[in-house]
Design a protein around this ligand. Structure first.
Ligand code: HEC
Ligand code: HEC
Length: 204
């Protein structure tokens, strides 16, 4: 009888112990922030500036949720039946780089930047919320196995990303719309958001 009570008591202690350690593991992400002056409002401001850009057509047209790149301010399906193909560069006869060069062609209206191709299917952002895009972008299983630091560099330095602020003229000779946040302000917000621990604000 007595032995059973002791057994019960120790297993109860064990359970409490396991619960307690899980609790600290769950909170660990929040205690690793080195910046002691972390401010949730500032974080949300940086996050929103970054996402104002990521949800813009200049990015989403190339990060579609189907296999078809989109064009223009109304994100219509790419003309000439363009589709992903085997390696995101289109099909052999109609490879993206047959038309898209390493810079914009403002005579023909074909936009261009180095490595022009469709974002891989795992990086589909079209139709996702800001929070879902951020989760996808930070998930190594979907983001091309990038570390947070590599993602930060991609966001602030990659030519396909920076093209959005020099998008050239469309086929009608009309300048393409730029993302709503100036480039320098966006880069600053992205760097600060990563430096503060890349915390995705709670969904409301
Ligand atoms: C011409 C098409 C194109 C445009 C325009 C484009 N991307 Fe991408 N993006 C890609 C491709 C292709 C990759 C995959 C590159 C790789 O993995 O090496 C990619 C990958 C990424 C990644 C890394 C993967 C991830 O999920 O974290 C980020 C971040 C990203 N793009 C952000 C942007 C942002 C921000 C813009 C707009 C300012 C943008 N892209 C515009 C084609 C594009
Ligand atoms: C036959 C030529 C041709 C091929 C091949 C081609 N494109 Fe395009 N693409 C164009 C032209 C022309 C435009 C500009 C249309 C406009 O703005 O009026 C364009 C625009 C785009 C845009 C729109 C940019 C924006 O934000 O408005 C994206 C994205 C794009 N192409 C991706 C691709 C991808 C990815 C491939 C390969 C799978 C590809 N294209 C293959 C001719 C081509």
């Amino acid at each position: 009888m007595k032995r059973q009570t002791i057994l019960l008591f120790t297993s109860a202690l064990l359970i409490v112990g396991v619960l307690a350690s899980n609790f600290t593991i769950g909170n660990a992400a929040y205690t690793t922030i080195s910046n002691a002056t972390f401010d949730a409002k500032v974080n949300e401001g940086n996050f929103n500036k970054m996402m104002d850009v990521l949800t813009h057509k200049r990015c989403v047209n190339c990060h579609p949720s189907d296999n078809i790149p989109k064009q223009g301010e109304d994100s219509h399906p790419h003309y000439f039946g363009m589709a992903r193909g085997e390696d995101n560069h289109g099909y052999k006869a109609t490879s993206c780089n047959t038309c898209h060069q390493s810079e914009n062609n403002n005579y023909s209206g074909v936009p261009g930047a180095p490595e022009w191709s469709l974002a891989p299917a795992s990086m589909m952002w079209e139709g996702l919320t800001r929070i879902e895009i951020a989760q996808s972008m930070m998930d190594p299983e979907r983001n091309g196995a990038r570390t947070p630091d590599e993602t930060m560099h991609h966001l602030t330095e990659h030519e396909l990303v920076l093209w959005a602020w020099e998008p050239g003229l469309n086929a009608e000779g009309v300048p393409r719309e730029k993302p709503p946040v100036p480039k320098d302000e966006y880069i600053k917000a992205v760097k600060q958001w990563f430096a503060d621990g890349a915390i995705i604000p709670e969904s409301k």
